[in-house]
Each structure stands twice: as C-alpha cells, then as structure tokens.
Design a protein around this ligand. Structure first.
Ligand SMILES: Nc1nc2c(ncn2[C@@H]2O[C@H](COP(=O)(O)O[C@H]3[C@@H](O)[C@H](n4cnc5c(=O)[nH]c(N)nc54)O[C@@H]3COP(=O)(O)O)[C@@H](O)[C@H]2O)c(=O)[nH]1
Length: 540
C-alpha cells in the first residue's frame, strides 16, 4: 500500500521533473524572444517618432516662414521665395498659396487649371491642418501628405515621416491619436493601427497575432508591429540555448526523484523514516514465576507499526538497525513506550518489573542508562522495576560492558544475559561480568523431553547458573512438559507461548490483573542481592 503509493508519487514527480524543465525552457525561450522583439519594436517606434517629428517640424517651419512672406501674392518674388523654401526644406516637395480655397500659385508658378484646396482630415495639436491622402498632379499618382497653415499648404512625401530602414516582416505606421494613418512602411493595416492605439504601450495584440510597440509625441503616434510568426527565427536561437539546459535540469530532477525514492524505498531508508516518525511500539510478553504461576513482569518486545497498521516483527529490522546505528533511537522509543504504556501500573504495583532489550551498542557505550533515568524520573517508576537484557554480542567488549553493567546495577537495575548458550563465549561472560540473571535460549528449551545432543546441555546450563547464584529464566516454553521439567530443575522464571504470546499494553495489563486475581501478587523486591543466592525453587 505504502510502497505502491511511493511508486505512484515517484512516477508523478518523475514525469513532472521531466516535463516542467523542458516546458519552462520552451516558455523561457518564447518569453526571452518576445521581450527581445518588443524591445526592438520599441526602439523602432521611438526612432520613427523622432523622424516624424523632425519632418513635420520642418514642414511646419516652412509653412510659417511662407506665412510671413510680404510679397505680392503669386508675384515672381513670391514664387521664387516659395521655390527657395522647397529647395532648402528637405521634407517638403512643394508649397502652394491659396485664396478662397483655390490654388493661386505654387513654387512651380501659377496653375493652368482651377485646383480646389483639399479638405483637411484633422488638425494637429500645434494647429497644422493635415490632409492624409492628397493626389496632386505633380506627384504622378503618388499619394502625398498635405500640411496646411492659413493660406499655404505644403506637400510632403509620407515616406519622409518614416525615414528608417526596417526588415520586411516589420511594419511601421505614423498616425494621429484618433488612429488616422498618415504614413507607413510595409503596408500597415489601418484597422489594426486604429485598434492598437487603444492598447497599452507595448505588448501583444489581444485580438490578433501581432506584437507591437508605440511611441507618442504631441502630434503623432508611431506604431511598430511584427507578426508572432516572425519570432520563430529568434525563438530557434533561444531554444538552441535553453532546451539543452532544460534537458539537463530535467535529467537531474528525474535522477534526483529516483534517487530519493530508491532511498525511501530501501530497507534502511524506510527504517530511518520510521525512526523519525516514531513508528515503534512495544508489546509485552508475561514473565511467570514457575513455582507459583504468578506473573511477575514482562519482556518489552519492540514492534514496528507501519502507517497501514501492519506490525513488523523485530527479527526483520533489528539486525539492520544495529548495523546502521538506528538501534539506539529505537531503544529510546522502547523506553518511552514502556513508561507511557505501563508507568501508572508500575507506580501502583512495585512487584511488577519490565525487562528491556539493549543492543550491543547500548551496552558498549552505556549512554542508555541516563536515558532510562530521565524517563523514570518523571514517572515515579523505580529503577529496580526495569531489568536490562542483552545478548552476548553486547558483552564482547568486556571492559566497557563491565562498566555499563556495574553502573546499571549501582543504579538499581537487574541485568540479564539473553539467549544464553547460543554464542561461543557465554561461559566466559558469566565468569567475568556481574550479572543478575541468565535467560536460557529457546533452542535449549525446545529440546526438553527430546533425546538429542542439545537436550543434554540444558541441565548443565541450569547448574552453572545456580552455581553462580543467578536467577534463571527459561525462554520459549510452549509445552506443559517443558514447564514441569524446568520447575523441577529449579528454574525461577519462564516465558513462552504456554503462558502467553507478547501482548499489546492493554492486553498485558488485563493479563497481569487476572494473574494477580488468580495467583496473588509477586514479591515486592525483585532485585537480587548479589551477595546472596537466589531463592531455591526445587530440584537439587
Ligand atoms: N535490541 C532489541 N531487540 C529486541 C527488542 N525487541 C525484540 N528484540 C529482539 O528481536 C528478536 C525477536 O523478538 P520477537 O519477534 O519479539 O520474539 C520474541 C518472542 O515473541 C519470542 N517467543 C517468546 N516465547 C516464544 C515461544 O514460546 N515460542 C516462539 N516460537 N517464540 C517465542 O522470542 C522472542 C524473545 O526473544 P528474547 O529477546 O531472546 O527473549 C529477539 O531476539 C528479541 O530479543 C528491542 O526492543 N530491542
């Protein structure tokens, strides 16, 4: 469940990790190309407005100069002065003098036919009338721009207002603020220009397919446009740069996602997260006094409760936890769990004790003792009520093990050697270390009643423990026959499925209360006085 969830999340993240950087590269290249194109159009519009203002300024100056002429209208001097004005003013092609809206003379002389003055399309802010499309006979059919001031009109080639070089895919227009087009390059669409004048300064045309930029002066608006399609060239260059970058980031992200999920899915990754999430709980296997059947305590056995509620047995994760060093954090969670689960019961009943399994590292470093002290301090539970168990592996470094055991015993704990007989040096540890109890491994108890090589060992282990004045605990008692034998041989305590499997805290409390009801409470002091032999139970 959890695993398939992680696989699903990994797939989604990997897909996103692959798609997002590439999509971002596409978007970024489009956005960079668009910004660059907008900047180019803005520069163009700004330049064009300067050119338009310069040409219009020249035409205005010519008109106002002519308006100041004091010559007799259409006299030789007048015509000659107008001609000089045309020759010296770059942006006008001709100038005409009008009376009663009839052309009287131009820089060329007097017209041969009657020519009526063309109506203006609008008047600029500076008071110059503008006729956007004039077709004078002298222009040979070319549309001219007419500027008018009082009795004079000048003709200007509209191209003078957009006297700039642009690429064929760019269009340039000069219009007034009402959108009347007076000049353009590369055939700007008048309807589009009118629409764009209402738009913000630069950007994309919302209704069309164009990018545009505007620049204003007091008389004119210059608009430069280009189609989005013309961006594609630019885009190709940007993509060439950004797509490989996007692909590299995508590959890194996908790699990272897989690496993280592999770590998460690896047994060690799962265990580390379980430790962080404090997913460890404790079950309690009752410890029975063989002679009376009284439940005197329990062994705390850790369980890993997965988020889906399933319980994982310790054999599957304790070796990895010991190898990786996570065991210490797990031991701490077991200590917390014991106090949380059974603190009030231990406080109320001093005859009850709980045995906690310590790892080799806990024994070696001894750091677990202050942890237990801290946990006990706030609960009121006595140190004597917490037994400590460790396997031979914990005693391999005899010097540090001795220090930890001595300190533990000084504080009041009883210490037991667990799984006795399964290692190589069990006997030596018994001799060298000040232990309180010996737990005979289940493999020896299993042979009780059977004829086998190991079955002969069990009575010897019991005898050794007795000779060393140790409490003896038998593990894994499953049959009454085993219990009878062990009682007869003088084993003090037993645990096993004959009495109970390891139980969740509440069930253990119920088991303990029932045991007390049936058999009575155990002895109040459970710690062995090391100078005295443990009570004889039976046997020899
Ligand atoms: N360092 C720590 N080690 C721990 C801790 N909690 C448990 N352990 C060690 O994990 C090993 C497996 O423990 P578990 O699966 O809980 O099995 C225990 C009992 O349930 C089982 N048992 C007890 N009676 C019987 C029985 O009659 N039949 C049968 N088939 N199994 C039985 O034996 C295990 C108890 O073993 P022991 O500790 O040797 O008394 C085990 O090695 C645990 O020590 C922990 O918190 N820290």
């Amino acid at each position: 469940m959890e695993r398939s969830y992680i696989v699903a999340v990994t797939s989604v993240l990997a897909a996103l990790g692959a798609i997002l950087p590439i999509a971002a590269a596409f978007y970024l290249s489009w956005s960079v190309a668009t910004s660059r194109e907008e900047a180019r159009l803005t520069g163009l519009a700004e330049y064009a407005i300067k050119r338009a203002d310069a040409a219009f300024g020249e035409a205005t100056t010519a008109l106002k100069t002519a308006d100041g002429f004091a010559f007799a209208p259409c006299s030789q001097e007048h015509i000659s002065a107008m001609r000089t004005l045309v020759v010296t003013t770059r942006s006008i092609e001709d100038i005409g003098y009008f009376e009663n809206d009839q052309l009287k003379c131009t820089s060329w002389g007097k017209p041969e036919t009657t020519i009526a003055r063309q109506q203006v399309d609008f008047t600029t802010a500076s008071g110059i009338g503008v006729a956007a499309r004039v077709h004078p006979t002298i222009s040979n059919g070319q549309t001219m721009l007419g500027f008018r001031y009082r009795s004079y009109s000048v003709l200007t080639d509209p191209a003078r207002l957009v006297d700039v070089l642009i690429s064929p895919d760019t269009r340039l227009a000069i219009a007034n603020e009402a959108g009347i087009l007076v000049s353009g390059l590369n055939n700007p669409d008048p309807a589009l220009i009118k629409r764009l004048i209402a738009h913000p300064q630069t950007g994309a045309d919302a209704d069309g397919d164009d990018l545009f930029a505007k620049s204003n002066s007091s008389n004119w608006i210059a608009i430069a446009t280009s189609s989005r399609a013309s961006l594609l060239n630019d885009l190709g260059r940007e993509r060439l740069l950004l797509l490989p970058l996007g692909a590299i980031v995508a590959a890194l992200m996908v790699g990272l996602v897989f690496w993280l999920s592999r770590r998460r899915l690896s047994p060690l990754g799962e265990l580390s997260i379980a430790v962080q999430r404090r997913e460890f709980i404790v079950h309690y296997q009752p410890l029975i006094e063989m002679k009376t059947g009284i439940c005197v305590g329990a062994e705390a056995l850790v369980r890993w409760r997965r988020p889906d509620g399933s319980l994982v047995r310790p054999d599957t994760f304790i070796p990895l936890a010991e190898e990786s060093g996570l065991i210490q954090a797990i031991t701490d969670q077991v200590i917390d769990g014991v106090i949380r689960d059974l603190g009030p019961v231990l406080l109320a009943d001093r005859s009850l004790h709980i045995a906690i399994n310590l790892s080799a590292e806990d024994i070696k470093s001894g750091r677990v003792l202050p942890v237990i002290q801290d946990a006990l301090a706030s609960s009121g539970v006595l140190t004597e009520q917490i037994w400590l168990e460790a396997t031979e592996r914990g005693f391999m470094d005899v010097k540090s093990a001795r220090a930890t055991i001595e300190e533990a015993r000084r504080l009041g704990h009883s210490v037991a050697i667990d799984d006795f007989g399964t290692g190589y040096s069990s006997l030596q540890y018994l001799q060298d270390l000040p232990l309180d109890a010996l737990k005979i491994d289940k493999s020896f108890i299993d042979t009780v009643g059977l004829v086998s090589a190991t079955s002969a060992v069990t009575p010897h282990i019991i005898d050794i423990a007795k000779s060393l004045n140790l409490y003896i605990v038998a593990e894994g008692i499953e049959r009454q026959e085993q219990a009878d034998y062990l009682l007869e041989r003088g084993v003090h305590y037993g645990q096993g499925w004959l009495y109970s499997k390891a139980l969740p805290a509440q069930e253990f409390i119920a088991f303990y209360n029932e045991s007390k009801r049936v058999h009575g409470a155990g002895p109040a002091v459970i710690r062995r006085d090391f100078s005295m032999a443990p009570p004889a139970v039976g046997g020899d």
